[in-house]
Design a protein around this ligand. Structure first.
Ligand code: ARG
Length: 290
């Protein structure tokens, strides 16, 4: 994405390192959190060049030297669990690794949690620094947490089992069950646009798709990149009947108590856009830049 402003770069960031090391202080809202100074050397080492070093800001992390991340890890290709290694993988996982690298931190992923608990967890603080979850930037979420600059564009989709001949019109009926992931923008879209249908909030999109496959539900409303990927790789007997141009953008959720971290995340995202890291991650998971 090119929208991310270059204003967030500090030219010759290494010059600032000495000064800021002296002025670095705890001062975070969270008492047992550790204060972290962004390491310019680390940012300059991989990817970013010295004159495009990431801005140095003062912020806290729940674990010293680590960027602790949470997500709902059932949302491929953005995030999922690799069955053989048991490790999280996906677009957002690669984003988190590059983000941490640009910030001079190590990445630390916590176990998957329900999507609708991510914003409250970040808001409450103390457990994780960021939620990276294909999370749409919405005004409602921005009341609870800060959201980073956008890093992916997305839309919604309606998915049915091939051959069932459902349409958006036939689905808008109390007899029809529309599966959604609880707390998502897909749920919101379904509630607003299929007001007569029975909306079934589930804990994962995988459950929703499997349920459509077995005939338990009539349709799923979910993010288009995810439904496209799922239909191509696993759910080949499902089809997209409607692409809905909601114009959503994904951002990374950060606590409002940690404005320095939001700034550092935005600077790192900008560096990832300009040094090609983001394009490489897009190519890896979507075949080419989105
Ligand atoms: N983009 C949608 C939203 O923000 C769905 C995100 C679901 N993410 C996940 N990791 N399960 O509501």
């Amino acid at each position: 994405m090119s929208q991310i402003s270059r204003r967030q770069f500090l030219q010759g960031g290494t010059l600032f390192a000495g000064t800021l090391a002296l002025t670095a202080c705890g001062g975070g809202a969270n008492e047992d959190a550790t204060s972290t100074q962004v390491a310019d050397e680390a940012a300059a080492g991989e990817g970013a060049t010295a004159d495009e070093a990431v801005a140095t800001t003062d912020y806290t992390t729940v674990e010293e030297g680590k960027l602790t991340c949470i997500s709902n890890l059932f949302f491929p290709p953005f995030e999922s669990m690799n069955e053989s290694t048991g490790e999280p993988e996906g677009f957002d996982i690669d984003v988190s690794k590059s983000l941490a690298e640009h910030m001079g931190l190590e990445v630390n992923w916590l176990p998957s949690q329900d999507f609708d608990t991510l914003v409250p967890t970040i808001k409450n603080g103390g457990k994780a620094d960021v939620a990276i979850a294909g999370m749409t930037i919405t005004d409602k979420r921005k009341e609870e947490v800060d959201m980073s600059d956008p890093y992916v564009d997305s839309n919604q989709s309606i998915v049915i089992k091939s051959g069932t001949d459902e349409t958006a019109e036939t689905l808008d009926d109390a007899e029809k069950v529309i599966a959604v992931q609880s707390g998502t923008t897909g749920q919101e879209w379904a509630q607003e646009n299929l007001p007569n249908a029975t909306i079934k909030p589930l804990s994962t999109i995988i459950e929703a798709m499997s349920g459509v496959q077995t005939g338990l539900y009539n349709a799923v409303v979910c993010d288009l990149p995810v439904s496209k990927y799922q239909i191509k790789t696993s759910y080949t007997d499902l089809e997209i009947i409607e692409e809905i141009p909601t114009g959503e953008q994904y951002g990374i959720a950060v606590s409002k108590d940690n404005p320095g971290l939001l700034e550092a995340v935005n600077s790192a995202l900008a560096a990832m856009e300009s040094d090609g890291s983001m394009d490489a991650i897009e190519a890896e998971w979507f075949g080419s830049a989105l």
